[in-house]
Design a protein around this ligand. Structure first.
Ligand code: AKG
Ligand code: FE2
Length: 483
């Protein structure tokens, strides 16, 4: 596992470490006030926690306050998440948030993965913690295919990851040489991406600072290291008879791993929660945020749309499925634009399909997405990033609806936390896909490019997203040819 130490205090000011001394006095005073305030609050919270009386309410309040302080305090999340696998980092973050909001204190009980140590943290470095051992299957270096009982109870073929690890093929020194060689070639573009200040909440950067014991790595070197860790699975197979012809209905699917670090995923999850709060407070355009009505819980999910307003099915106003030409939603926020740049630069999506819209799905326990084929108002390929917890996605030419959130299909693909599933070919257009009722909260972000003839009224193309240059890959990776 990559050992990362984040230079949080530098990043807070968007300064290189050597520039830190130049922080102006005024800002220092402001910070000192903030620190004093924070220390006072911390002391309050500590006292409140230590006073250990039997008043449950007071204790809960103190825990909430302490968790809120931890979430806010600069550098704490980096400290907590360093060296955790992305699933565990997500779990820790979720627990802190639940403590801070006081809304889901049951979350504190149980739900550890089978490799948990006494602190409830994953000891394997690659497992998925979601309280459901059926889904806890990903092993970074194994290939296996076995029969699996899906979350919906139906027997389905389970496809597991065969991870490609370039370090297996090339000795360490060859890899190191390759890094320096390619660092130079990639430097110009990688550095230009670092124009967005790192680590600041407002910056929209998906990058993270990394230091080695001896020196801080350059952006280009960091990118080379990260590129070496990319893994992709493309050999999905499920033969079905469609219109009398035998077809691999999942041809064209790709599952990419390692594109987003735990810290980057955390940033994205935080952004989603911030938008959820804004949506609930009606600070977003009407069609940007939509929450299913109470009685629909378990059948629907919360959606947040950017770039265009899209109907999965005919809506209550009688609008047909597809992009709504007349409806405006909020534009893509900077963090999602940077995420799109990452997807293109790191060869997940081709430069011909740079997404200009996205839909965030927030699935609470029991929520689902019914069988569908994504509308052809969007070009292929498109992709979905999975966050917070693993779940299985079903594919098949004929997905059956068994009940609310219960579907049956031939292929069930586990979507590990942080993975990106690319849909194209038969996998996008012949097979339907569905996510059955999820066992625990999950967020997905689907990135799609609109058919240029279907863009909504007043839509302006984002020039920043058009100029992305794919990175030179560290080694000729089988199954990762240039897009
Ligand atoms: O949540 C997912 O993984 C799938 C989302 C999806 O199918 C969609 O947004 O069209
Ligand atoms: Fe979909």
């Amino acid at each position: 596992m990559e050992t990362t130490t984040t230079t949080a205090s530098f990043k807070r000011h968007n300064l290189a470490p050597q520039e830190v001394v130049v922080v102006v006095e005024e800002e220092q005073e402001e910070q000192e006030d903030e620190v004093e305030e924070e220390e006072e609050e911390t002391a309050d919270a500590e006292v409140a926690v230590m006073e250990h009386n039997n008043n449950d309410e007071e204790e809960e309040e103190a825990v909430q306050k302490a968790a809120a302080l931890l979430l806010r305090a600069s550098g704490v999340s980096e400290f907590l998440f360093t060296e955790l696998c992305s699933s565990c980092a997500s779990l820790v973050q979720l627990r802190l948030r639940d403590l801070a909001s006081g809304t889901n204190l049951q979350f504190l009980k149980g739900k550890n993965c089978e490799h948990s140590d006494e602190n409830g943290l994953c000891t394997t470095g690659n497992s998925v913690v979601n309280g459901n051992k059926e889904l806890h299957s990903l092993n970074n270096n194994t290939a296996a295919s076995k029969t699996h009982v899906g979350v919906n109870g139906a027997h389905v073929q389970r496809i597991t990851l065969e991870n490609y690890n370039p370090t297996d093929k090339h000795g360490k020194s060859a890899v190191a040489n390759r890094i320096s060689e390619l660092t130079a070639r990639n430097a110009a573009q990688a550095v230009s991406e670092s124009d967005v200040p790192q680590g600041s909440e407002d910056s929209g950067s998906v990058e993270e600072g990394v230091t080695t014991p001896s020196r801080q790595l350059s952006v280009a070197e960091r990118e080379q290291r990260r590129l070496l860790g990319l893994k992709v699975r493309k050999d999905f197979m499920c033969m079905e008879r469609v219109d009398g012809k035998l077809l691999n209905v999942v041809e064209g699917l790709e599952l990419h791993m390692g594109v987003f670090s735990a810290a980057e995923q955390t940033r994205l999850v935080n952004m989603v929660y911030d938008f959820q709060t804004k949506g609930r407070q009606q600070q977003l355009r009407e069609r940007t945020y939509s929450e299913p009505r109470k009685w629909m819980r378990g059948k629907g999910r919360i959606t947040i749309q950017f770039g265009c307003c899209y109907n999965y099915a005919t809506d209550k106003y009688g609008n047909p499925p597809g992009i709504l030409h007349e409806e405006a939603v909020d534009p893509l926020p900077q963090l999602l634009r940077n995420t799109i740049k990452r997807l293109v630069r790191w060869h997940v999506l081709p430069t011909t399909c740079v997404p200009d819209s996205c839909i965030i799905n927030i699935y609470d326990e029991g929520d689902c997405i019914p069988p569908h084929i994504d509308h052809h108002d969007f070009v292929r390929p498109f992709c979905t990033l999975s966050l917070l917890s693993e779940c299985c996605i079903l594919f098949g030419g004929n997905l059956k609806i068994i009940g609310p959130g219960l579907f049956d299909g031939h292929v069930s693909i586990p979507l590990p936390v942080g993975s990106v599933l690319v849909l194209k070919g038969n996998g996008a257009d012949v097979a339907k896909h569905a996510v059955p009722a999820v066992p625990t909260r999950r967020i997905s972000i689907t990135f799609r490019k609109m058919d240029p003839l279907k863009v909504p009224l007043g839509f302006v193309e984002d020039k920043e997203l058009q100029g992305v240059c794919p990175a030179v890959l560290p080694s000729p990776q089988p199954g990762k040819e240039n897009c």
